[in-house]
Design a protein around this ligand. Structure first.
Ligand code: AP5
Length: 192
């Protein structure tokens, strides 16, 4: 089993690159953002609670997302590996993920961290907001709040995995295909 964390600030291209990576490597894509939006669309109590945080650009409480990931891992016992997108986002989530994977006798293989300037992130997300229907994309204040939340709480995730020598930084600016090639090169090094 080979498990990857695709890491980076909001708008860095995690969702875009995840689609290509899961298709090339046959991994199961686990995006907490997508799981939460499904909960919101089906108006579950969890979704209604999460929406309050997401609309303000804040992180949803750790116990909510850890529970969702635990359920998703159990639901995919035969996966070749998992691609985590948008999770973990706090040190507590990182520790919880490591414990969950240990129970399954596996671990994170690599954390691929995409770096993109703040102005490019805001430009990409405002642009997507024109068509995405995502309530956290169409307001620059909320987009900037998401980026602040990333620096305050989520950048610690890279520091956590650096202790285990698992983090690789890549330039997240350029064409989608150029960035994909860089990500694949790092994965292939570890698979061979
Ligand atoms: P989530 O859904 O995870 O959103 P995000 O991290 O803010 O990331 P995005 O989906 O906005 O961006 P991305 O990096 O995937 O980039 P994408 O490929 O889409 O989370 C949403 C919210 O849910 C959070 O704010 C939080 O409230 C909550 N949440 C989720 N997970 C949580 C967790 N673990 N704990 C607590 N709360 C959690 O690309 C963005 C745009 O750029 C697209 O339009 C794309 O076409 C474009 N683009 C992509 N690559 C390029 C490129 N190379 N050049 C130009 N444009 C590009």
């Amino acid at each position: 089993m080979f498990n990857i964390i695709l890491f980076g600030p909001p708008g860095s291209g995690k969702g875009t690159q995840s689609e290509k990576l899961i298709s090339k490597y046959g991994l199961k894509h686990l995006s907490t953002g997508d799981l939460l939006r499904t909960e919101i669309a089906t108006q579950t109590p969890l979704g209604l609670e999460a929406k309050n945080f997401m609309d303000k650009g804040q992180l949803v409480p750790d116990e909510v997302v850890i529970g969702m990931i635990s359920t998703a891992l159990d639901a995919n016992p035969h996966s070749k590996g998992f691609l985590f997108d948008g999770f973990p986002r706090t040190e507590a989530q990182s520790e919880a993920l490591d414990k969950l994977l240990k129970l399954k006798k596996t671990e994170i293989g690599v954390v691929l961290a995409m770096q993109v300037s703040e102005e490019e992130l805001v430009k990409r997300l405002l642009n997507r907001g024109l068509t995405s229907g995502r309530s956290d994309d169409n307001n620059e204040e909320v987009i900037r709040a998401r980026i602040i939340e990333y620096h305050k709480k989520t950048s610690a995730v890279a520091d956590y995995y650096k202790k285990f020598n698992k983090v690789v930084y890549l330039n997240g600016e350029g064409t989608v295909d150029e960035i994909f090639a860089g990500l694949c090169a790092e994965i292939d090094k570890r698979l061979s």
